[in-house]
Design a protein around this ligand. Sequence first.
Ligand code: 9MG
Length: 261
Amino acid sequence: MGILNVTPDSFSDGGHHLALDDALRHAERMLAEGAAIIDVGGESTRPGALPVTPQQELDRVAPVVEALVRELDALVSVDTSSPEVMREAAALGAGMLNDVRALEREGALSAAIGSGLPVCLMHRQGEPRDMQQAPRYDEPVEEVVADYLGARVAACEAAGLRRERLLLDPGFGFGKTVEHNLRLLNRMDRLSRLELPLLVGMSRKSMIGKVLGRPVEERLSGGLALAALAVDRGARILRVHDVGPTLDAVNMTWAVLKEGC
Ligand code: 9MG
């Protein structure tokens, strides 16, 4: 899954893909490098980011989704928590919803059900504005996996959203310290017990910066190591900026894992 941020303040490619043409070219490059899905987001969820209105989000996202579907025939995921954006995304031909708030916002669950699309439910603690201030867990893996994601799956099923349409994501960097993130990655097998496809996003995130002491533009090698580990621990979709190198790392990892079957 290639990342296409269409926000003015996104943390690693902020502002570069605002123009529709630039966005299309960037998506085209990621598809050529092997991306199966393009994830389009109009709300920055980096730590410290301020909320946007549904209309601002729609203005950023809708023209890009429409063009990606029409001109590139791409499978488009829309990264949103807003029911209005979910409905419009489905009408424009998006193929998936990616909600970092796991359909908790009022009206999101029914909008997602009505969209007919698959949905990724992600864990987070707090809101982007303040989530990294003092994240606290007594038992991070169990709280993320069993207590939160398990409960969100149950809530979706109870509302009529069938589990066949769900994917899960532990939400690396969303209200988690480096230690929480590393522990979660180590114990991703626990998440597999919920028996739903796993999506993860660690590309260029600060957990790499903090461990390796690298600025955002020098985090590729660290990200590839994390991608390989994530695949080994059950991840099936990786949300990344650097599609080509990640695909090589994933294919190499698969080649090893296949021989162990
Ligand atoms: C939008 N967004 C930013 N980081 C993400 C992550 O790790 N997972 C998902 N599903 N979405 C993310």
